[in-house]
Design a protein around this ligand. Structure first.
Ligand SMILES: C[S@@+](CC[C@H](N)C(=O)[O-])C[C@H]1O[C@@H](n2cnc3c(N)ncnc32)[C@H](O)[C@@H]1O
Length: 238
């Protein structure tokens, strides 16, 4: 992101959520000379992000409730268009990236930070965590979501006409605290849908969730957070 600071305005597409690091607020905080637009399809997620920005005293951010496939934002305008943990929820990520590229100004940058859940595990490895990850990935596949999106990001950005591609990975390891419990909560939240799909019995799922809570309580075991690929590329000037 530092490379793009010399520009004067920033759009942050789909940046608002209940997750601890709320992207619109982060962009606005790190880029005080920019105007940031935070976009999400969910009014409640936007409200959370807005509260966070207000609490941080950030005045350079506004929020838009819209669909990333059709943002309604002006074409060829924004210096940086950034999304985080959005594409993994979409059935048509390529269409979302095309819209992001459309609203970026020529010479501007599109940044996509997503997730590779194959790279989610504990240190040392624990069987219940491995099993829950496998079930979670199968459920996502049944929902029509692409578990291999991370490896397709460079191709998707190129297909949207973007150039000068760069990529990096982020992968923290948590040994304690709420960060560590993120996947415990995620698996628990998706339990009902997992049962509906018939991927596991209620008895097995209860035992797996209890085993993961046990991992959370054990400071000797680390949760290697799912790897976050960050891929960015520039919109050609002509
Ligand atoms: C896991 S959250 C990520 C939130 C935030 N970007 C962050 O990094 O903290 C996924 C977000 O994508 C939003 N979302 C899902 N489908 C969307 C769509 N078609 N258009 C815009 N936002 C969408 C959801 O409302 C949710 O807030």
């Amino acid at each position: 992101m530092d490379r793009t600071r010399s520009a004067s305005s920033t759009a942050s597409v789909s940046k608002a959520a209940a997750w601890p690091r709320i992207s619109a607020a982060e962009r606005a905080r790190r880029c005080p000379g920019f105007r940031v637009v935070g976009l999400d399809a969910s009014a409640s997620q936007l409200a959370i992000a807005e509260q966070r920005c207000t609490a941080l005293g950030l005045t350079n951010v506004t929020f838009v409730e819209a669909d990333v496939y059709s943002t309604g934002l002006p074409r060829n305008t924004f210096d940086v268009v950034h999304c985080r943990l959005l594409l993994c929820h979409l059935q048509r990520p390529e269409a979302a990236i095309r819209e992001m590229a459309d609203i970026t100004r020529p010479g501007g940058t599109v940044v996509c930070c997503d997730i590779d859940m194959h790279e989610l595990y504990t240190l040392p490895r624990t069987a219940p965590f491995e099993r829950l990850r496998e079930i979670y990935l199968r459920r996502r596949h049944m929902d029509g979501l692409d578990n291999h999106l991370a490896s397709r990001l460079p191709a998707l950005l190129s297909a949207a006409g973007l150039r000068d591609l760069e990529m990096a990975f982020i992968q923290p390891v948590a040994f304690r605290g709420e960060e560590k419990r993120l996947w415990e909560y995620t698996f628990a939240e998706s339990a009902e849908r997992t049962l509906e799909k018939g991927l596991v019995t209620e008895t097995e799922l209860d035992a797996l969730l209890e085993a993961v809570r046990e991992v959370s309580r054990d400071d000797q075991v680390g949760v290697v957070q799912a790897r976050l690929p960050v891929c960015w590329a520039r919109k050609p000037t002509r």
